[in-house]
Design a protein around this ligand. Sequence first.
Ligand code: KG4
Ligand code: ZN
Length: 358
Amino acid sequence: MAADEPLVLGIETSCDETGVGIVRGTTLLADAVASSVEEHGRYGGVVPEIASRAHLEAMVPTVQRALDEAGIKASDLDGIAVTAGPGLAGALLVGVSAAKAYAYALGKPLYGVNHLASHICVDQLEHGRLPEPTMALLVSGGHSSLLLTEDITSTVRSLGATIDDAAGEAFDKVARLLNLGFPGGPVIDRYAREGDPAAIAFPRGLTGAKDPAYDFSFSGLKTAVSRWVEAKRRAGEDVPVRDVSASFQEAVVDVLTRKAVRACKDEGVDHLMIGGGVAANSRLRALAQERCDRAGITLRVPRPKLCTDNGAMVAALGAEMVWRDRAPSAFDLSADSSLPVTDTHVPASHDELHRLSE
Ligand code: KG4
Ligand code: ZN
């Protein structure tokens, strides 16, 4: 760890996790997370108002926990990074306001960064700096995208995305119809380990010869699972939860890995990273490894705890912004619930920068 690498604190509040991470360059020093996931469980999905209130209550203690864990003082920091979007507007606002307050009080630069780019950049904490270019398969509760990453601080190109449900959303919806609770991904992953992935031939969305090569669709799959399960229930038969989980999961990860490897080959990119909550899926990790090995592609997937939402990923991207001398954000930075993935961060305008330097 080079002592002159930037020391950055990152705040993440785009959904139901209050994450605060501290990073020096590409080294993880602290990763504190407070989750309101249990409060949303009985509603079967994240309730924005509950998430915002939970962020507000958790913010200061979680920042303190991260500072203690890293063994540093807030005054040692070189910058404060925060998720500016995309995500739930009210939830983002809590993080952005807190980051501004810390940055202003400490006299440190503020970096409003993109949540999706952070999910990619977090891999630097595990495997060192990202090769350029790197293909990124980003799969979370809100997104499924194939992103050609030329420079994680400035140039990310979207090759394809889901046209309906996100991969994680499909896991959550299928878990709900099987009465497995929320969030669905981890439970389905567990049940699938004891099931037969070939038991039921569920459809692979958008894999026809004329379909867009890099877009995804999971809504038809979800409907197919729902019809299959309902037919069993109507016939008074037991639903084989393990086989349904395994067959559904196989349909999702088959399409994700097939398209990701194809994008790498088409674009001549020999590094693939997989990020976002669904990258914690054990079968996705195994199948991606198998297919990458066969295609001569180097696979990079962060450990599961870094795949789901956390503050360390925001700190990782913030540190990279400082390292590469990117312009900080202005103090009138606003949360943008639909920030496009191509906006890796929200720099201050030229005029604002001029004002800041006066
Ligand atoms: O990235 P993330 O923590 O939050 C968003 O930005 O959405 O992703 C959450 C999503 C949820 O849909 C959850 O069910 C899914 O990631 N997930 C998984 C697994 N762990 C979490 N999906 C499949 N397998 C898993 N092991
Ligand atoms: Zn996320």
